[in-house]
Design a protein around this ligand. Structure first.
Ligand code: ADP
Length: 657
């Protein structure tokens, strides 16, 4: 990994760890603060509810106590104590209740009293009903009903029976019903008129529309949605919707009294399901219906809602406030600030990370990169490197590295320059010695070979005419010696040429032909010793080789003749190895001891064979030639005796393209 990327990774990891730590801590503190704010908000919601609930309770208590108080007004008792009231009601032909003057007088007093009473409450209807179900007085919205409008069928009203069960000072509160008088859903308070003899000739009754609750929640606190829940899962009042409680049927229907009684409240009040059907909300509703006070939360459509609730004193109803998460925490500047701060911290963390990265890469990676560039230059042989003086002056680790680097470059330059000088001198010396060698080869070729040739030629010429046997022997010796001398000079110059590294040319040749020619060239010489040469080849062996390869085989055969036993057989062969041609010459001579098997390929190595004359260069030249073809030479023992000389040349590697 490049140091730059390693550094980048470490830095990014550090920045990430820092940001994650900050985020987690911030998230944690945010959650705690949020929980405390939610708790606080729920408490406020509960307080708001208490206010509304207290209003309802106050009204309820006040309505009950004022009802009892109102009944203490003497004309109630006086009216029902009149003998004419105590006897049966008197009706005219149209069924209208007839009042005696005494009754009328007291009724007028009662009407005024009731009117005063109504003025204190959101009461729509108040009446006085006797045991027959006959109304004796009735005020609807502070309007005194005419005698002919007084109903005589109130015994069917839901509160009729319970009201007569009450004792003096007791109040019955009637669960909502559709009022035939005001044609709306109302609830009512009743209490009996109890005479001194404990008889209960009538009860006093007043109605309040259930819209009273709607008004309360509507004008209530603006914090959240407030609703009043009925035990039948109906919404009695809801700050977020207008609930129409007016009679839906025909108000002029003749049988309206009966029809009104058949109305069902669930057809007028919305179901609580219209707020939410989520299981969390349902669980809260159960608590509410059980009359508990408390708070909870539920999730609906991905939004969390918080609910505070408490029971109401009427009909097992309860009241609740709902607020969603956003509105609950709305205006909570601390929380908003916390959110903002967390955001700012994370952004600041990121910015600091980025700045730190650029700063670090400038102060750390750039110098390292400079050193890297310098080392690349050095590796390419450029030692004229100038390292930034500021960097060298720095006391940091990198600065010290730069100083060491600079010293190293200087030393390298010095030693390089010394080396150059040495190489220059050596090259000069080599050039001189090469020239001397060339001169020596030239001298051998021209100045030695010619006189040797002349000696041999003259010896041969004189030998032809010489009759004296002693002189003839001497001349023969001269001829052989000069012949050996010439061969030696020729071999030495070939070897020198090969050693000089001159490139040799390759030619496409069939190696079986090369072998054949070598055998033919040696046949006469072999015959002299009674030796037979057998050529063991079949097919073609094409290769790109220099014709000198022929000399290698000739040398092997020549040695086999020289060192083989007289009248023996020499076998010359070739075969294909995996990727090369293997040629060999096997003789039946004395063989070569293992310790010399390698050495004989070095120049001038000759085994102790006094009788046989040689230069000791033949095998060295053969080795050189084969190696120039990327091949190899070696010798093995022949069976049962003698040696096998091998030369192996790759089939392809030397092919010129
Ligand atoms: P030269 O034959 O001129 O001495 P060579 O380089 O050809 O030089 O051979 C080196 C030596 O290896 C020889 O002097 C000889 O002792 C030994 N030698 C070479 N060929 C054979 C052979 N076929 N059998 C036994 N000895 C051999």
């Amino acid at each position: 990994m490049k140091i730059k990327y390693m550094f980048l990774t470490i830095l990014v990891a550090l920045v990430l760890i820092t940001i994650v730590t900050i985020s987690l801590t911030s998230y944690n503190s945010f959650k705690k603060t949020e929980a405390s704010f939610i708790g606080k908000s729920l408490a406020i919601m509960q307080e708001d509810l208490s206010e509304t609930s207290v209003q309802i309770k106050t009204l309820h208590d006040k309505a009950s106590s004022d009802l009892i108080f109102a009944l203490q007004y003497p004309p109630f008792k006086e009216y029902f104590s009149l003998p004419e009231t105590r006897t049966e009601n008197v009706y005219n032909s149209e069924g209208v209740l007839q009042f005696t003057p005494a009754q009328r007088e007291l009724k007028t007093e009662l009407d005024e009293w009731i009117d005063f009473f109504q003025s204190r409450f959101p009461v729509e209807e108040t009446c006085l009903i006797d045991t027959t179900g006959q109304e004796h007085t009735r005020l609807v919205s502070r309007e005194i009903a005419f005698d002919e409008d007084l109903s005589s069928e109130e015994e069917t009203a839901p509160f009729f029976e319970p009201s007569f069960q009450l004792q003096q000072g007791e109040v019955h509160v009637q669960y909502p019903y559709m009022s035939p008088d005001v044609l709306r859903w109302v609830f009512s308070y009743t209490s009996p008129v109890v005479l001194d003899d404990s008889s209960k000739p009538s009860f006093y009754h007043f109605e309040m529309p259930i819209s009273f609750f709607q008004e309360l929640v509507s004008e209530g606190t603006p914090r959240g949605r407030i609703f009043v829940l009925d035990n039948k899962d109906l919404i009695v009042a809801d700050s977020e919707q207008q609930i129409d409680i007016s009679y839906k049927g025909d108000p002029f229907d003749e049988e309206i009294e009966l029809k009104v009684n058949e109305e069902k409240i669930e057809d007028y009040l919305p179901s609580i399901d219209s707020i939410s059907t989520s299981p969390g909300f349902k669980a809260i509703l159960e608590d509410m219906k059980a009359g508990k006070k408390g708070s909870g939360a539920y999730n609906d459509g991905g939004i969390t809602y918080y609910v505070a609730y408490q029971p109401l004193p009427t009909f097992g109803w309860s009241i609740a406030t709902i607020r969603d998460y956003d509105s609950l925490l709305e205006g909570e500047s601390t929380l908003d600030n916390l959110k903002k701060n967390i955001f700012i911290i994370i952004i600041a963390g990121l910015l600091i990370g980025i700045i730190a990265f650029f700063w670090a890469s400038k102060t750390m990676i750039n110098p390292i990169n400079k050193l890297k560039d310098a080392s690349v230059k050095i590796s390419r042989g450029n030692l004229d490197i100038e390292i930034d003086p500021k960097l060298k002056a720095s006391k940091s680790e990198i600065g010290r590295l730069a100083q060491a680097f600079s010293v190293m470059t200087k030393k390298l330059k010095e030693s390089y320059e010394g080396l150059e000088e040495k190489v220059r001198i050596k090259t000069k010396e080599l050039r001189i010695s090469n020239k001397l060698k060339d001169l020596f080869i030239d001298i051998m070729r021209h100045d030695l070979l010619n006189p040797a040739g002349v000696v041999r030629m003259n010896a041969q010429t004189v030998l032809m005419d010489e009759k004296d046997s002693k002189k003839k022997e001497s001349l023969k010796l001269i001829e052989n010696s000069s012949d050996r001398l010439i061969k030696m000079i020729e071999n030495a110059s070939v070897f020198a040429k090969l050693e000089s590294g001159e490139k040799i040319d390759l030619k496409r040749m069939d190696l079986s032909v090369v072998l054949k020619e070598a055998v033919e060239g040696m046949t006469a010489k072999a015959k002299e010793r009674g030796i037979k040469i057998k050529l063991d080849t079949k097919g073609k062996f094409p290769a790109a080789v220099n014709p000198l390869v022929g000399n290698v085989i000739s040398n092997f055969i020549s040695n086999a003749i020289k060192y083989g036993s007289a009248n023996s057989e020499i076998v010359v062969g070739i075969k294909k190895e995996s990727s090369s041609w293997r040629m060999w010459v096997a003789d039946e001579g004395e063989g070569i001891p293992d310790k010399y098997k390698k050495a004989i390929f070095n120049r001038f190595t000759r085994l102790e064979k006094e009788a046989i004359k040689g230069s000791g260069l033949g095998l060295a030249i053969a080795k050189k030639i084969v190696e120039l073809h990327n091949g190899k030479v070696w010798v093995e023992d022949n069976s049962p005796k003698g040696s096998v000389f091998f030369a192996e040349i790759p089939i392809r590697s030397n092919l010129k393209k």
